[in-house]
Design a binder for this molecule. Structure first.
Ligand SMILES: Nc1ncnc2c1ncn2[C@@H]1O[C@H](COP(=O)(O)OP(=O)(O)OP(=O)(O)O)[C@@H](O)[C@H]1O
Length: 387
């Protein structure tokens, strides 16, 4: 025991010395002269802990008064040069925690529903995000963290992530509990979901998407009236006979719709008031654009997933620092209250079709959707299957 603790003391001293070297190279020191000697003053290192279970070392330190905390983030690369790429730095004004991981991120993670199901089972609308470097799945409830932004350059893994999120929702919720409204401006992704029972529509034409959103707007208004009438704060608390299913609206590459004011207004409304009304949005975009996002939309997208982004500016817009440095497909930074680095489960189209097969139903023939046709029923507009 005694020998162990001596070894530990030596190891801690060694780690402290490493951290001091990093402070010095990052310029996070104060210097003054005493005679012909130069005295260096380092940030105060409070502790060094070895977490054997998670194979990480945790350093806690405080900056010296007058030091700019932004410098720590700016110089994170220096800490990476000293401790390797797998680090996490958290802190704000003065106190910081540096975590150095010995484990590296999984390079690939195959989507396995049998592993995912128990993780999302206790959520009302479980979203499986990915796996962290400790081999743990990270998931959350859309009811607690409503509205997701998924951003990343082409080939980074956004569509795969959307596919895995939607497939998990379908497999864990009954059609009377959750309805999906899908819009895909690139016409490439959502066809596999068209015939799924939960899916009200899978559209790609802007005018159809506008109608879909107008329908959802009507639903928002009705739900709002109902919650007022029954004096409840959430649709889940409505009397049984007035209960409404959750609605999840997914729009792939929604930037392509930015010029349509009606669409953008309704989207803004969904993310602003949808949570308590049981209406949620998942939006994806290739090139994050501050003008499109710099509105109520951005403020209300409570979770952002930044896959590989082009540069720091984009990472800042999406709120996922360092997403521009990602080199692996399916890897992303998630920001939802705190930051996570995760590997998304990989679910290819063929495997998704097999998983969805039990939920396929034959749908009505598509009806011609005219631009001005206010009398159209919901089914007329949304059953756009044309087989
Ligand atoms: N989670 C993942 N794990 C491993 N590889 C992945 C993952 N997601 C995507 N990939 C790889 O990256 C390729 C592109 O993925 P995906 O189509 O999801 O990208 P994207 O960001 O949607 O691109 P685009 O905007 O062009 O549609 C996939 O064909 C696959 O080879």
């Amino acid at each position: 025991m005694k020998i162990m603790s001596v070894l530990e003391v030596v190891a801690k001293l060694h780690e402290k010395a490493q951290l001091k070297k990093a402070f010095k190279n990052a310029g996070l020191i104060n210097k003054y002269k005493s005679g012909d000697k130069e005295i260096l003053i380092y940030p105060k290192i409070h502790s060094v802990q070895f977490d054997k279970k998670d194979k990480k070392t945790i350093y806690t330190f405080s900056l010296l008064n007058g030091m700019d905390p932004k410098e720590v983030k700016k110089k994170e690369y220096v800490f990476q040069q000293h401790f390797g790429k797998n680090i996490e730095m958290e802190g704000d004004l003065k106190k910081f925690v540096l975590k150095v991981y010995q484990k590296s991120m999984p390079k690939e993670l195959t989507y396995k529903f049998s592993e995912i199901q128990p993780i999302v089972a206790h959520f009302k609308l479980g979203i499986i995000a990915g796996m962290n470097r400790n081999g743990q799945y990270v998931a959350f409830d859309l009811l607690k963290h409503p509205h997701i932004l998924i951003a990343g350059e082409t080939g980074s893994g956004k569509s795969t992530q959307l596919r895995s999120i939607i497939t998990t929702l379908i497999k864990t919720k009954r059609p009377e509990e959750m309805e999906l409204y899908l819009a895909d401006c690139k016409k490439s992704e959502f066809h596999i979901f068209r015939k799924v029972e939960h899916v009200q529509c899978a559209l790609s034409q802007p005018r159809d998407i506008r109608k879909m959103l107008q329908h959802i707007k009507k639903e928002l208004d009705e739900r709002s009236d109902l919650t007022e009438t029954f004096e409840v704060s959430h649709v889940d608390d409505l009397p049984q006979e007035h209960k409404r299913p959750y609605i999840v609206v997914c729009i792939d590459e929604f930037v392509m719709l930015r010029k349509d004011e009606t669409i953008m207004d309704i989207l803004t409304e969904i993310v602003a008031i949808g949570r308590t009304l049981g209406v949620f949005a998942i939006l994806s975009m290739q090139r994050p654009n501050a003008q499109v996002l710099d509105t109520t939309v951005r403020a209300n997208l409570t979770v952002s997933m930044g896959f590989k982004l082009r540069d720091k500016v984009e990472s800042r817009i999406v709120n996922t620092p360092n997403a521009e440095k990602i080199e692996v497909s399916g890897r992303f930074i998630m920001n939802s209250d705190k930051l996570f680095e995760l590997q998304a489960p990989y679910l290819d189209i063929e495997k998704a079709k097999i998983l969805l097969n039990p939920f396929y139903v034959s749908k009505k023939e598509v009806k011609e959707v005219m631009d001005e046709q206010p009398q159209l029923s919901e089914k007329d507009v949304f059953n756009d299957v044309n087989e």
